[in-house]
Ligand binder design. Structure first.
Ligand code: PLP
Length: 398
């Protein structure tokens, strides 16, 4: 079939600088290749479970019961109350659902709104490298400029001196993800409080992406800037029901911030998406967050299993403190991770994420490969068997 829109040689010349600078996601290209081959995906953090049954029931009831139109832009109050309960449970803080919570279309829109709320074109945003692969493009979309600061390897500690050294008169914000994708760090009190303090002293806004806040291991507690001195003036927190309630397709996330920041976030939100899908908000609001089982012990077991199996394959892996990913060093395997990832898709039928997606200069990520421990257990086991065969020079049956 020939599309009537196909012949468009001059459209490229009309693109904005804003989008032209955003590279296509390297991982997305591999995903297309993997889908064509039917490879097992242990690259992406797609939730393993189903959303809570009461959420599905309530959303279905809304869809079939006539609650199909716009919700209030800031989100249904009932869902904002649910999010306030989540903030109490995971962050130990009280937030006002009326003025301090905004429902967004996923954390993706939440981070973008936070950036739009506090940066002007040309302003600089410090982010930590390696980073969640979407951040540079989001900063660029906001018209701001990304200033990567490396996490201090091999423990991936947050180096406040390095942050200080990266500040310029144009710096407006610092973007931190904790627990961290891809390294698995759950930044500690010293790091988070120190960073908030630094932001307060330099009059910056700390935007924290805390989508994995419910997944911290070995008895740790999630550390958020929220509730600490200076947070009202200097912090915007972003979360996601994609991870917290395992409903990534519902595209529900949120921002938590002081009333002044919340008002600004809502202005951006009303001009980007207006609001998140109403019937799905009705569904999510039906979840009794206080009564939810804590499944971090299950995820911790899955983490340990993946770390142990990768260790048996001779890969060096730091045990993640939180989140859904393991970052393995692959320098013993004799080729850079981008080539290795492509070879793994083609020859072993396994999709992993090459570390090159998480660094401004892909060279920085060539010795790293990211895998998730949250996907289907049987398929993950099969992927690891294929990986073992591949590394021992064998073939696999697909
Ligand atoms: C660190 C981080 N932030 C944001 C997201 C996206 O969240 P959402 O589905 O709520 O847009 C992800 C998804 O993997 C993530 O890992």
């Amino acid at each position: 079939m020939t599309s009537s829109l196909e012949h468009s040689p001059r459209a490229g010349a009309r693109l904005s600088r804003r989008v032209s600078g955003i590279g296509s996601m390297r991982l997305a290209e591999l995903m297309r290749l993997a889908a064509g081959i039917g490879a097992i995906d242990i690259a992406l953090g797609i939730p393993p479970g189903e959303p809570p049954a009461e959420a599905v029931r309530a959303a279905t009831g809304a869809l079939t019961g006539g609650r199909n139109q716009y919700a209030p832009p800031e989100g249904l109050l009932a869902l904002r109350e649910t999010i306030a309960e989540l903030a109490r449970r995971h962050r130990g803080v009280t937030v006002d659902p009326a003025t301090e919570v905004t429902i967004t279309c996923g954390a993706t829109e939440g981070v973008l709104n936070a950036l739009l709320a506090v940066t002007d074109p040309g302003d600089e945003v410090v982010l930590f490298e390696p980073f969640y692969e979407n951040y540079p493009g989001m900063i660029e979309l906001a018209g701001a400029v990304a200033r990567p600061v490396p996490l201090d390897g091999p423990g991936w500690r947050l180096d406040l001196e390095a942050v200080r050294a990266a500040l310029t008169p144009r710096t407006r914000a610092v973007l931190l993800n904790t627990p961290h994708n891809p390294t698995g760090r759950a930044f500690d009190e010293d790091e988070v409080a120190g960073l908030l303090d630094l932001c307060a002293r330099h009059d910056l806004v700390l935007i924290t992406d805390e989508v994995y806040e419910g997944y911290v291991y070995d008895g740790r507690r999630h550390v958020s800037p929220l509730g600490r001195p200076g947070a009202a003036e200097h912090a915007i927190v972003v979360g996601s029901l994609s991870k917290s309630l395992q409903m990534s397709g519902w595209r529900l996330g949120y921002c938590l911030a002081s009333p002044a920041f919340t008002a600004a976030v809502r202005r951006a939100h009303e001009r980007t998406t207006v609001g998140a899908p109403g019937p799905l908000q009705v569904g999510a609001a039906a979840v009794d967050v206080a009564g939810l089982a804590d499944d971090s012990a299950y995820f911790q077991r899955r983490r340990d299993h993946l770390v142990d199996r990768l260790g048996e394959l001779g890969l060096t892996v730091a045990r993640p403190e939180g989140g859904w990913f393991v970052l393995a060093a692959v320098d013993t395997l004799g080729r850079p991770s981008d080539l290795l990832a492509e070879e793994l898709v083609r020859s072993a039928g396994v999709l992993v994420a090459p570390g090159t997606s998480f660094f401004t200069d892909p060279a920085g990520g060539r010795r790293w490969m990211r895998m998730t421990f949250v996907r289907d257990e049987g398929r993950t086991e099969e992927a690891l068997d294929r990986l073992r065969n591949f590394l021992s020079g064998g073939h696999h049956d697909r």
